[in-house]
Design a protein around this ligand. Sequence first.
Ligand code: NAD
Ligand code: AHE
Ligand code: ZN
Length: 375
Amino acid sequence: TAGQVITCKAAVAYEANQPLVIEDVQVAPPQAGEVRIKVLSTALCHTDYYTWSGKDPEGLFPCILGHEAAGIVESVGEGVTDVQPGDHVIPCYQAECKECKFCKSGKTNLCGKVRAATGVGVMMSDRKSRFSVNGKPIYHFMGTSTFSQYTVVHDVSVAKINPQAPLDKVCLLGCGVSTGLGAVWNTAKVEEGSIVAIFGLGTVGLAVAEGAKTAGASRIIGIDIDTNKFDVAKKFGVTEFVNPKDHDKPIQQVIVDLTDGGVDYSFECIGNVSIMRAALECCHKGWGTSVIVGVAASGQEISTRPFQLVTGRVWKGTAFGGFKSRSQVPWLVEKYMNKEIKVDEYITHNMNLTDINKAFDLLHDGGCLRCVLAM
Ligand code: NAD
Ligand code: AHE
Ligand code: ZN
């Protein structure tokens, strides 16, 4: 199939908020610096739902969503040396070229090499899409588009992993689980004995809990309005639960009262700007640090009294948990293989690509963490 157009099944989002359509899609061969991947497993992340809902300023339609996946390299374009056909890989929406100003800075995991193209749904070299249906182009999404049996990505967005790793599990390391762990280990750098608050106990929030537990946090307070999450959260290290609906006081006050003045670290894993404010304001005066992980809708802005920062609280954010994708995703896979991090436990549902609309509905069903689709 190398060098040929492949026709395969993909879930196309034609319009915001409309059911995805399973189509025969034409996938062009990879051009120079590109890799065509046979996607075997993909999970759904809340961010896919967010873009589908039309609230993402970078959302373009029609497109092929999906960014938490694993697969096997089918063919590579000219000049690609780091992977070859048959390699097991995880596509990475956060690229790592190792050469740009960002990659060389030593200060961030963001990469500048292909971001301009991935933000507008095309490939870098010719600013065109490799996907089409009956000759009409379909946009890429996040440089990954994994809701397709085959996808084309930039070579700087491919992490080569241990071929023994089960792809239907480690696909989760392409986003949610890695993001939560990294938010704790890389962005906040939580120390032993810390008190941690986590707003939102979906996969990202629970991975934050797991990261905080391994970092030796003394208390891990989970906050969610879905009581279904409370039982499962214990497995991930959450020690106390708060349901904002049980309290009349603002949630930041509830947490401050519970912790003798506030937490050392808080994490917003929902995407709600008023909760982002609460997460900052429940931090301890003088040092408390709040990390924004959730993605908020277009037009939403955060606010607080500057006095909160003047008195020592720190507001941060994280993309992909600060992990350098190509360098560190293979390491995360090894940690999973060595049973040092959980992955299986986040998978509550398994379905086929053809059931993708049901899987989208599940995202809002209490109790669903990750649904993995077999392609
Ligand atoms: P999810 O939908 O599985 O989990 C969100 C949780 O928040 C749910 O348990 C829900 O009940 C809870 N929640 C909703 N509103 C709430 C409220 N008002 N108060 C308390 N709890 C509330 O989502 P997820 O896949 O875990 O993703 C979480 C967020 O992180 C999303 O915004 C997603 O877009 C974002 N995300 C960001 C990155 C990144 O790199 N920064 C990576 C992955 C996901
Ligand atoms: N297009 C959105 C931004 C969405 C966003 O912030 N994405 C995160 C990853 S979410 C994964 O589930 C991210 O990595 N951001 C850094 C980047 O380079 O996009 C918007 O609101 O404009
Ligand atoms: Zn995601």
